[in-house]
Design a protein around this ligand. Structure first.
Ligand code: MF3
Ligand code: CO
Ligand code: CO
Length: 269
């Protein structure tokens, strides 16, 4: 083989072969951005209706109907056997809460995690809401979790690593006396629900894969007021804090741009 006539592999091809990461094209990014706008609109719709007395099943109905009416498909429904169209996680529930007859009470915190498939493209985002007036513990964990997502996103730029994101999140959470869940991580997203790479919310500076433009992934730190350990309920989905402490989460789908980071699911926290 004549080496001189071979083009060197493009970095995108190396990421695909070596890491199974699909660096997105401009057309794909536009599609994910459109799906992201729908996810944000869905979260806004939920935010405007959340109140004491509402059941988590009602939130599922709202999200399902809004998604379908928008020409999209709720990605959670029947995903690996998940039975509902959205994850709704109250208080000590870390994530993957299954909607049901539980009614929200004033003082609760509730995370609503929406993933929609629009024209084949996936976007994934979540927010934690207050139900009525929050107490001091609720206020603290929600504030710290939101700050953790912001700090993680601030690390997103070409040349930084996945470990930089985890480090920024973990160091902030722990400086506030909170802990970071290890078992669930951020993930590539866009052409499928969960793609490589994994994006841990803990880690060391400089460790892990280098970020390159066109990568699309979620950052979704789950932050506990107490200890980091979790337990899965008998429904095989619901993750709760082992010590019963409050847990909060915020998630966005982000794009690595030549300049830094663009949220494809932008919401004002
Ligand atoms: N939306 C979750 C995430 O952020 C995944 C939920 S999986 C489901 O990755 F099956 F519970 F929907
Ligand atoms: Co996600
Ligand atoms: Co999600």
């Amino acid at each position: 083989m004549d080496k001189a006539t071979l083009e060197p592999p493009r970095i995108e091809e190396i990421y695909a072969r070596k890491h199974r990461i699909r660096v997105k094209t401009e057309a794909e990014i536009d599609g994910i951005r459109r799906a992201g706008r729908l996810v944000v609109a869905t979260l806004e719709m939920v935010a405007s209706r959340i109140a004491p007395g509402i059941t988590t099943e009602a939130i599922n109905t709202w999200v399902h109907e809004f998604t379908v009416a928008s020409g999209a498909v709720p990605a959670p429904l029947n995903y690996r056997g998940y039975p509902k169209s959205v994850c709704v996680s109250v208080n000590e529930v870390i994530c993957h809460g299954i909607p049901g007859p539980r009614a929200l009470a004033a003082g609760d915190i509730v995370n609503v995690d929406v993933t929609s498939i629009l024209e084949g493209f996936y976007a994934d985002a979540n927010r934690t809401f207050f139900v009525g007036e929050p107490g001091p513990e609720a206020r603290k964990i929600v504030t710290v979790a939101r700050e953790c997502l912001t700090r993680g996103m601030q690390m997103v730029k070409p040349g930084n690593t996945i470990g930089d994101i985890g480090w920024a999140i973990q160091s902030h959470a722990e400086s506030q006396g909170c802990s970071v869940v290890r078992e669930f991580v951020g993930h590539g997203v866009g052409l499928e629900f969960h793609e490589p790479p994994q994006v841990p919310h803990f880690g060391r500076k400089g460790e892990g894969l280098v970020l390159i433009p066109g990568m699309v992934f979620t950052i979704e730190p789950m932050i506990n007021l107490g200890r980091k350990e979790l337990r899965i309920l008998d429904d095989e989905w619901t993750a709760v804090t082992r010590d019963g402490s409050l847990s909060a989460q915020f998630e966005q789908t982000v794009l690595v741009t030549p300049e830094g980071c663009e949220s494809l699911t932008p919401w004002d926290a």
